[in-house]
Ligand binder design. Sequence first.
Ligand SMILES: [Ca+2]
Ligand SMILES: [Ca+2]
Length: 257
Amino acid sequence: MKSAPVLSLMARVAACSAFCLLTHCSTTPVPAGGGEAPAATAASPFVNSLGMKFVPVPGTNILMCTTETTEHQWVTGGGAPPLDSWGNSGNQPQWDIGWNEAKKWCEQLSLKEGRRYRLPTNAEWSAAAVGASTPYPWGSAWPPPSNFANYSGEERKIDGMKNYLKGNGVQKLSVIKGFHDGNPTRAAVGSYPANALGIHDLFGNVDEWVSDGPMTRGGSSNSAGDDENTGKKRRELETYYPTSGQSEAGLRLVVER
Ligand SMILES: [Ca+2]
Ligand SMILES: [Ca+2]
């Protein structure tokens, strides 16, 4: 009595599998050694060959890397070594890279792993900045809470940066009064708390290229949000203010599911 429905179900499954093999599955190439990124959660990220961890971003079809691309990952992935006069550990974010250079690097990694890596779209970046519905990503208060992110804080008032702070022969840098984060330049990625999705440094550290065009999101360790020259007071620290491409830009990867 009960075997007929079971057999019927098995027959349907077999027929469906055969149809799949004859149509979609048999004609969809699966790149060697890779393919589409597997399912991942914030607690169990997808980890790629460079040790990058990727977590889902609700409302999108991508997994986003929980950190900016580091210098070590950039070089291991075939990028040119960084030209950096500041001491670094290799775990600081790669920076001073162009938009086309960043996109090319993503394509190289895609070919190597057989997955679809790329820069996030502007909308995907916004989706990853969850909870940021307030004027600033930390809320509405000014200044930001210390150690929220690596911006241009009072930790830059050190001997080595005097000429920059005074604008002696170089572009004058501003700092956020009353804000401290402990890092006068780039910090090792993941040095500051992750957001609700498990993603670090979306705001601050290095600007991040998006794929829509040569523009960046999130601000950097140079961001003080009080550019007297342009009148864009605090705008670069606003939640949805995209900055134009800057020389200190870095990148953050996404992988398509
Ligand atoms: Ca800082
Ligand atoms: Ca960043």
